[in-house]
Design a protein around this ligand. Structure first.
Ligand code: ADP
Length: 246
């Protein structure tokens, strides 16, 4: 992706009451990259997402997005830069249609640059329809969000985030509770989304991470234990010990 910004965590530590949730964590996500982050419970995955989005401030180290130092910014400022986050539990209005939820997401507070881009690209309807196609819900536009399946709700929420035109999308355990077919479709969706945007996916499901087929970072005890292809990290003796030996 040309002109995109690189995410760079440099030596980030987060200490809660003397406990190091992140311990000198360094990580680079290139513009347009799709990165999976895995690791056992308590590895620091959620804290890492919290630090990137400004929910938690690092005790040490810096987080940069391109030239911008996120460490000095608050959550709203970071969101306005084009960093979106999807939490595990979808938030939407069940009594509104899929299309109406997308419309609301489009009208949510946006930075001036995103607003200008939207005006220049010809308005809401085309953009919503295009995104519904991207998330595979074009046939469901007039259905109430409340009748969607669990998987479809996750996709709708990803679509709602896309309406904000994020440059970096952070996705927290998107396939928890999904059927195998939904999991496969979610992998294809995230692969489609990346490229034009950077995507960081935190996930437990190794088969899903394999389906994403991109670079994987394994976190353990708040820092990077291993990084590379899924085959590389799955064969790394340190990773095997952490997943099977504990
Ligand atoms: P993961 O998402 O990989 O399961 P977390 O980032 O949630 O890991 O947590 C990392 C460690 O930090 C855990 O041991 C957790 O108990 C601890 N932790 C997370 N948030 C807090 C907090 N607000 N106060 C104290 N400890 C915390």
């Amino acid at each position: 992706m040309s002109g995109g910004r690189r995410l760079y965590l440099d030596g980030v530590s987060v200490v809660f009451d003397g406990f190091r949730a992140l311990n000198n964590l360094s990580l680079i996500v290139e513009p347009g990259e799709l990165r999976s982050v895995i690791g056992p419970n308590g590895a620091g995955k959620t804290t890492m997402m919290d630090v990137i989005t400004g929910k938690t401030r690092p005790t040490q180290g810096t987080v940069n997005f391109g030239e911008i130092d996120l460490t000095r910014m608050d959550e709203a400022g970071i969101a306005n830069l084009g960093i979106g986050r999807k939490f595990q539990k979808p938030t939407m209005f069940d009594a509104l249609t899929v299309f109406e939820n997308m419309e609301l997401a489009l009208k949510a507070p946006r930075g001036p640059i995103a607003c200008l881009r939207w005006k220049l690209t010809g308005g809401a309807r085309a953009q919503i329809e295009q995104t519904l196609e991207e998330i595979g819900l074009q046939e469901r536009a007039q259905d109430l969000a409340g009748i969607l399946s669990h998987g479809q709700r996750q996709w709708l929420e990803i679509g709602m985030l896309l309406m904000q035109d994020p440059e970096l999308l952070l996705v927290d355990e998107p396939v928890a509770g999904m059927t195998d077919a939904e999991t496969e479709q979610t992998a294809a969706l995230l692969v489609r989304i990346a490229g034009r945007r950077s995507v960081v996916v935190v996930e437990h499901d190794l088969e899903f991470v394999r389906a994403l087929g991109r670079r994987v970072t394994v976190l353990c005890d708040g820092s990077v234990l291993s990084e590379g292809s899924i085959d590389h990290v799955q064969n790394d003796p340190r990773v095997i010990e952490v997943y099977l030996g504990r």
